[in-house]
Design a protein around this ligand. Structure first.
Ligand code: SF4
Ligand code: SF4
Length: 286
């Protein structure tokens, strides 16, 4: 059975991608799915060879043939998203692709066409196959793009006979996060000991609870603010969510990431600890 693990965080800047990168060398039999499609960055640490690039068509959008248009304004009056101006120009950034304008146009001047909103990449990396994607800035539907990345990662796992998919999810609680955790075996929430870290952790815990996912919390850099780390642990206890790991701050972690390298067991003593190995054992068990 496929073991899908999502690494998420209530907010950006908690070290979610760094933690994901640290996990990768410890798990064999892995497909990596970078589902942070608004700001994908795992590929910077795991450069790999691109084996396939796929245009992602989110939905169709209208194009007006002005040779056929008689300027009647029916499309302008009918668009509930105010995406057509009085002088009959379509605003693609607000258009929802609902097709109403195509339907009401009396001269068939409007037709719907595929619209690429992002690109998906399949890569061969040192640690295994990776699927990642980049949403075109300003485009929406990132939840659908995340679902597509996960679908391709599953196909890759099937083809390469891998049993684990490690998902680097988006920060926050929006549809792209919902899409990243839907149907996973485990959700690991990475937080940090700060007021905003605790605030956003509460929101993301509320979200994962509605999905009945087996969720656990990592407090990253816990020793930078012990009082807030304690408040996070107290809150997790109240919510009956286990804090599975408290990761100490290590400047070598920062240096490795800024050198575009995955932090390694050679310079991070914490990776030799029993706590880290117990955590990896939990991840790989089905
Ligand atoms: S409904 Fe059709 S014909 Fe009328 S203004 Fe719009 S595009 Fe032109
Ligand atoms: S497809 Fe829908 S949202 Fe887009 S311009 Fe036409 S009526 Fe408006």
């Amino acid at each position: 059975m496929l073991n899908e693990i999502a690494i998420i965080s209530g907010k950006g800047g908690t070290g979610k991608t760094s933690i994901t990168a640290c996990i990768i060398p410890f798990i064999e039999d892995l497909v990596i799915a970078d589902c942070d499609v608004d700001a994908p960055d795992l590929n910077i640490l795991l450069p790999g060879r691109i084996t396939e690039t796929i245009d992602y068509v989110g939905f169709k959008r209208p194009i007006i043939d002005y040779d056929k248009c008689n300027g009647c304004g029916v499309c302008y009056q009918s668009c509930k998203f105010n995406s057509i101006s009085e002088d009959i120009v379509i605003n693609k950034s607000t258009c929802e692709g609902c097709k109403v304008c195509e339907y009401v146009c009396p001269t068939d001047a409007i037709t719907m066409h595929d619209y690429t909103i992002g690109k998906i990449f399949k890569r061969d990396t040192y640690y295994g196959p990776m699927v990642d994607a980049r949403l075109i800035p300003g485009e929406e539907s990132s939840g659908k793009l995340v679902a597509e990345v996960r679908k391709l990662a599953r196909l890759e796992a099937h083809k390469e006979e891998k049993s684990i998919i490690l998902i680097d999810g988006s920060p926050g609680i929006a549809c792209n996060v919902i899409s990243a955790i839907t149907g996973v075996s485990k959700a690991i929430i990475v937080t940090e000991p700060s007021v905003s870290g605790l605030h956003d952790l509460k929101r993301v815990i509320k979200l994962v609870k509605t999905f009945s996912v087996d969720a656990k919390v990592i407090i990253n850099k816990y020793d930078l603010e012990l009082n807030l780390a304690k408040q996070i642990k107290d809150y997790c206890e109240l919510e009956e969510i286990e804090v599975i790991l408290e990761v100490p701050f290590d400047k070598n972690m920062v240096l490795s990431i800024s050198d575009l390298k995955i932090p390694s067991i050679n310079n991070i003593p914490f990776f030799e600890s029993q706590k880290w190995h117990d955590f990896i054992s939990y991840l790989i068990q089905n």
